[in-house]
Design a binder for this molecule. Sequence first.
Ligand SMILES: Cc1cc2nc3c(=O)[nH]c(=O)nc-3n(C[C@H](O)[C@H](O)[C@H](O)COP(=O)(O)OP(=O)(O)OC[C@H]3O[C@@H](n4cnc5c(N)ncnc54)[C@H](O)[C@@H]3O)c2cc1C
Length: 387
Amino acid sequence: MFKIEFFIMNFQTEELTQQVAHTARDFAQKHIKPHLMEWDESQDFPVHILKEMGKLGLMGVLVPHEYGGAGLTYFEYKTVIEEIAKVCGSIGLSLAAHNSLCTGHILTFGNEDQKKKWLPNLASAEWIGAWGLTEANTGSDAGNMKCTAVKDGNEWVINGTKNWITHGNSGDVAVVICRTGEPRTKNNSTAFVVERGTEGLSAGKKENKLGMRASETTEMVFDNCRIPDTNRLGETGGGFKQAMKVLDGGRISIASLSLGIAKGAYEAAVKYSQERQQFDQPISNFQGISFKLADMATEIAAAELLTLQACDLKNRHLPVTKEAAMAKYYASEVAVKVANDAVQVFGGYGYTKDFPVEKYYRDAKLCTIGEGTSEIQKIVISREVLK
Ligand SMILES: Cc1cc2nc3c(=O)[nH]c(=O)nc-3n(C[C@H](O)[C@H](O)[C@H](O)COP(=O)(O)OP(=O)(O)OC[C@H]3O[C@@H](n4cnc5c(N)ncnc54)[C@H](O)[C@@H]3O)c2cc1C
């Protein structure tokens, strides 16, 4: 029997969330918008922007005050990513990788000493965070990783390469999940913190991407890279389970990122459709255009409700695997569709770099791939449904 779980949700936008939204929106307009095409063209990763956001508390949104963070909830976190992504998906992606992957992993699985050591500087963006799970031949099949960590006395020696790592070069602190057991066995990977400058760690190829071009994506290469056992996060063998838990939160980030991109594209399309005249009238008068806007608005609202549901569950420390995957899956597909339709509303002008929608279109596609593709989200959701 088909069963829909129904949650009573009270998603009134609190004053605090509105204040946070205002801060993020204002920052994006003043400091990101004027430069975004320059960074996009050159593929420059503007680290200084992340540092500035750190001063506003946007880089440690979920980190409690005692570790130097803003101590806010997933509602504010969603809002921050969304407001930044409305203007620039790349900075939204970097914000998400730093906050929920690297910092989130240490916050959730670090011991007290580890939290005190790394969280304050991550929350202030003094240090930029990275998170390495994916390898060249193990993306969706992340459990089959080849990068190994071998215990040697009180140290671990890491060898191998992680691919597609956001901030793989500029990250000061990276959480890396390495194989510590036999291939294809249970509990065979462990999470470690590796700091930039550690001997044996270098950055490899930087990817030349379709979109999200101002968010740095590189290989991380480990060649007999030695780290102390005190850098191990949690139990030996617990790496994969930890990563899956971290991705529950990460998927809320990507859903929020998708919402930001979708809303940015939608707002641009609404405005343009009221200004652009053809056949002596605004193109919004044509049902072929206005119905597209109606579909966009409806799908964005549905994606937002799914995302808020996941935020609510996460805030209440309730199971969220299925709901986070649903939010990520649906919101990312909506972002791609909305951005595509926005280009259509702009016609030929939408196909140029003089208008913002071509960038939304390029950036949106990442959302259906990163932190688990849409197909992988469907696997996660169906497993939960069939339990
Ligand atoms: C810009 C960017 C930033 C990234 N940042 C990070 C990062 O910071 N850290 C990190 O660890 N990773 C990062 N990634 C990696 C990302 O998570 C992976 O690219 C993603 O998980 C997909 O893996 P893959 O690219 O190897 O694709 P593959 O796993 O090779 O998948 C290829 C296709 O096959 C499909 N497929 C695979 N298995 C199945 C299956 N069982 N059933 C149905 N379909 C299947 C997929 O859905 C996809 O369509 C990033 C990627 C990008 C593009």
